[in-house]
Design a protein around this ligand. Structure first.
Ligand code: ADP
Ligand code: MG
Length: 649
């Protein structure tokens, strides 16, 4: 069954239309304030009861309404601002649709009291559903208009129910009034609750924009403002206003945006601006902005929304981009007043195996502000991107071809290379034996050391300089004898005829070290088999393999330079020798560089230094004090200072 089409009752139509224009008290306040401004008022006072639902009163000192217009003033489409359709394209007033008063009168009891300059007295009339309840009555009054709106939405129960909180509605009203007050410096505004003597917002006729921002948003923001202003003739727009600098931020972006003097919202503008500030403000923090855009009226379509809240304009993207650029340049230019916060490390991150590193200043300031510009790699432990890119010549995990062996004249199968293999942890090792404190991410678990000599040594140096020994198994056992012979052959050994034949010495070294096998293995993971072959070396650092060129000297020195008679000295000596062997020695590198190809090996030590050693330094190195004095460790820059330099360029 087809429904019967009927014409809606006019009051129903008007009520529906009114509901579109006025959705809440603050919408009505905005319309009424705009009317006051259209009427050239310089003083606008708003009084509110119950969030505007009970009473809304707007008093101005504008031109007033002529007595003869009072009959139709509340009818739909009655306006003094627009005559022909062409006028629309050049409209410079707020209103023109003649809908505001009509709308309000359909959903509230309206009383207008008004006096024009040349009228002898004021007139008052009550309105309902767009029509006066009776002829205007003469009364006393100053020039200007007072619009009294009572019982808003009295006949729209659903709306009334939707607006539960008068205090919420009141704050929206205060927001509208104060924003218009900021935009209209030179005119005075006030908003208060009925019965209160003190206004919640009051601006003075001689106050500046900044004064008004201070009055409304407070001192904190008003002293961090940058004035902005730009113009583009091609895009036919002009912009001016005030924006907060990088020192100021709030949880929610405050954008007081006026387009052609109308308070509007523009998600596009907001988004564009937030992008600019994102680089300056802490994460999740936002700026304050008051922007007034003037766009050639013919380019603006204010009519897209009944409440004229969202506007669109021609060349929107280009205008926004231009505004964005201007704001960016102003923000950049303002950094002389920028406060820098230094934060060496983010709080809460502790260095493995060490104490939390915190500069006193960072701790004292303990500011929650971390600017985006400080979000570069300020933390030395953060990785650079190239750490994720495998070098072409990766340190050989299993480098069959160009192993170090080719350069050291060692017996063929001696060290094709080392293969890192985790040595099974000793079964008897109880979990509680593991000293967690000493465990660094890159390091295998340590065992608890009960030897006082070692404890002393650790205390003497710093804990981190001691390493525990995971084992690197040498692929093919390397005869100690050959190693010792190689070492004695080298100049570095200092061997002379007087020392006797090398062969004898080499054999002595083998025998000597064989006697120490158990200890070497247990404490240093230097593994020697029964035949006198070296089968394992300590893995000091994951992924780090020492240059095998140094192995013969290491073996020789183990036997000759370490004091095996004193426990503590023995550990000290062994540690030193290990250190020497595992260090990257200039001499070997030079040899390598001078040698044939500038290839794998060379690149690999560089890569190892950058990505393995330096990375380990960050957490494991505890340099002795002397390092900072003798130039071993140099501070070359500090980040906030660098920023100051760069930003001035
Ligand atoms: P519009 O503002 O679109 O013209 P309104 O319904 O808001 O429509 O107002 C209708 C007319 O009432 C206005 O054109 C104006 O002439 C008059 N008017 C409304 N408010 C005031 C005021 N505060 N002072 C003087 N005139 C007013
Ligand atoms: Mg109007």
């Amino acid at each position: 069954m087809a429904g019967v089409i009927r014409r809606l009752d006019e009051t129903v139509v008007n009520r529906i239309a009114a509901g579109e224009v006025i959705q809440r008290p603050a919408n009505a306040v905005k319309e009424l304030i705009e009317n006051c401004l259209d009427a050239k008022s310089t003083n606008i006072q708003v009084t509110v009861k119950d969030g505007g639902l009970k009473l809304l009163q707007i008093q101005d000192n504008g031109t007033g309404i002529r007595r003869e217009d009072m009959d139709i003033v509340c009818e739909r489409f009655t306006t003094s601002k627009l005559q022909t359709f062409e006028d629309l394209s050049a409209i410079a007033t707020y209103g023109f649709r003649g809908e505001a008063l009509a709308s309000v009168s359909h959903i509230a009891h309206v009383t207008i009291t008004t006096k024009t300059a040349d009228a002898k007295c004021a007139y008052r009339a009550g309105y309902s559903d767009g029509k006066p309840k009776g002829p205007p009555k003469p009364c006393a009054g100053n020039q200007g208009t007072q619009i009294l709106v009572e019982d808003l939405f009295y006949n729209v129960t659903t709306r009334r129910k939707a607006l539960k909180s008068p205090s919420d509605e009141y704050s929206r009203i205060v927001e509208v009034v104060s924003r218009y007050a900021i935009h209209n410096s030179g005119k005075s505004f006030s908003v208060k609750k009925q019965g209160e003597t003190v206004a919640d917002v009051r601006t003075l006729p001689n106050a500046s924009v900044v004064d008004n921002i201070r009055g409304v948003f407070g001192n904190a923001v008003s002293r961090e403002l940058i004035q902005v202003g730009c113009e583009d003739q091609k895009l036919a727009y002009k912009m001016n206003g005030y924006i907060s600098n990088a020192n100021y931020s709030v949880k929610k972006c405050i954008l007081v945006l006026f387009i052609n003097h109308r308070l509007v919202e523009s998600s596009a503008v907001k988004k564009a601006i937030e992008t600019v500030y994102a680089a300056y403000l802490p994460k999740n923090m936002h700026p304050f902005l008051y922007l007034s855009l003037e766009i050639a009226p013919q380019n603006v379509d204010v009519n897209v929304h009944p409440t004229k809240h969202e506007v669109h304009f021609l060349h929107e993207d280009s205008v926004i981009e231009s505004v964005q650029k201007h704001i960016e340049s102003k923000l950049l230019g303002s950094n002389s007043s920028r406060t820098y916060f230094t934060q060496t490390l983010l709080p809460g991150l502790s260095v493995a195996g060490g104490s939390e590193v915190k500069t006193p200043s960072a701790a004292a300031e303990s500011s929650d502000r971390i600017y985006a510009h400080q979000m570069v790699r300020t933390d030395c432990r953060a990785q650079k991107l190239d750490a994720f890119l495998q070098p072409k010549e990766k340190p050989p995990p299993d480098p069959e071809p160009a192993g170090p062996s080719s350069r050291v004249a060692v017996p063929e199968a001696a060290w094709p290379a080392t293969k890192e293999m985790e040595r099974p942890r000793k079964e008897q090792q109880q979990p509680e034996e593991v000293d967690e404190d000493l465990t660094a991410a890159t390091m295998p678990k340590r065992r608890v050391i009960k030897l006082s000599s070692i404890k002393e040594l650790r205390a003497e140096t710093t804990e981190n300089t001691h390493r525990d020994c995971e084992m690197v198994c040498v692929h093919t056992p390397a005869p100690l004898y050959d190693l010792a012979m190689l070492a004695l052959d080298s100049e570095e050994s200092g061997w002379t005829e007087e020392d006797g034949p090398k062969e004898g010495l080499a054999q002595y070294i083998v025998d000597f070290l064989k006697k120490k096998t158990e200890m070497l293995e247990d404490y240093f993971s230097v593994e020697i088999d029964q035949e006198g072959n070296l089968t394992g070396l300590p893995l000091l650092l994951d992924k780090y393999t020492p240059l095998m060129v140094g192995l013969p000297m290491f073996i020789l020195r183990l036997a000759t330079e370490v004091n095996w008679d004193n426990e503590k000295e023995c550990f000290r000596g062994l540690s030193k020798e290990c250190g020497m062997f595992y260090s990257i020695r200039k001499q070997y590198i030079l040899e390598a560089e001078l040698g044939e190809e500038q290839d794998a090996e060379v690149n690999s030590w560089r890569w190892q230094v950058e990505h393995i050693l330096f990375k380990a330094f960050r957490t494991l190195l505890s340099p002795p004090k002397t390092f900072s004095e003798d130039g071993t460790v140099l501070q070359i820059a500090n980040l906030p200072d660098l920023y100051k330099v760069f930003e001035r360029c």
